[in-house]
Design a binder for this molecule. Structure first.
Ligand code: SF4
Length: 186
């Protein structure tokens, strides 16, 4: 018993192996038996939603429940690393303080109110159309313009090529907006 205790003591392990005490020789049996919280969970590859770098993530889930989100070692972009924002993506989904309803503050009001999504989308499209109606320029100094500079669109960094194509088609070709950009360029 004493012999076993002594031989498992990290200091004895270190002396026996000649290692520098930063590897497995420094681990107690308890530490060696620890498992990561995503042990046994299924991993689905994804991309960090925060910025245009597009670091690879592994989304671990078990029985339909999100377990953790870690860096993907196979990503050629980030090779398993995530910055502090990306490393907190799990809380983006799970934090009790995250907003899950559309919030709206009426003009001159001090209070935020909840709106259902359909009402909010109708309000956005009504205002978009009204602004376009009031500001659309068909001509300037005899030249054809067919544009509005009164409305802008800033896309998110993880919009894919197809989504950006549709955004450009709808907002530029459809509505005549010229102020269209994407967070990935910043
Ligand atoms: S982990 Fe950080 S650097 Fe990478 S995509 Fe996310 S926010 Fe950007």
């Amino acid at each position: 018993m004493l012999k076993h205790l002594l031989s498992s003591w990290p200091l004895i392990q270190q002396i026996k192996t000649g290692a520098d005490g930063t590897g497995t020789e420094a681990m107690s049996a308890k530490t060696r038996d620890l498992k990561p919280k995503h042990d046994g969970a299924e991993a689905t590859p994804s991309i960090c939603p925060y910025c245009g770098v597009g670091c690879g993530q592994l989304v671990y889930h078990k029985n339909g429940k999100l377990i953790s989100i870690e860096g993907d070692p196979k990503s050629p972009i980030s090779r398993g690393r995530l910055c502090p924002k990306g490393a907190d993506t799990y809380e983006l989904h799970t934090h009790p303080g995250r907003l899950t309803r559309v919030k709206y503050r009426r003009p001159y009001s001090k209070e935020w109110e909840d709106l259902d999504q359909e009402t909010a989308m109708d309000m956005v499209s009504d205002r978009l159309w009204e602004s376009r109606d009031h500001t659309f320029q068909e001509q300037q100094d005899g030249d054809v313009l067919m544009q509005t500079k009164a409305i802008a669109h800033l896309g998110g960094a993880t919009l894919d090529n197809e989504e950006n194509y549709l955004i450009k088609k709808l907002f530029a070709a459809g509505l005549g907006m010229v102020c269209i950009s994407n967070q990935a360029r910043i």
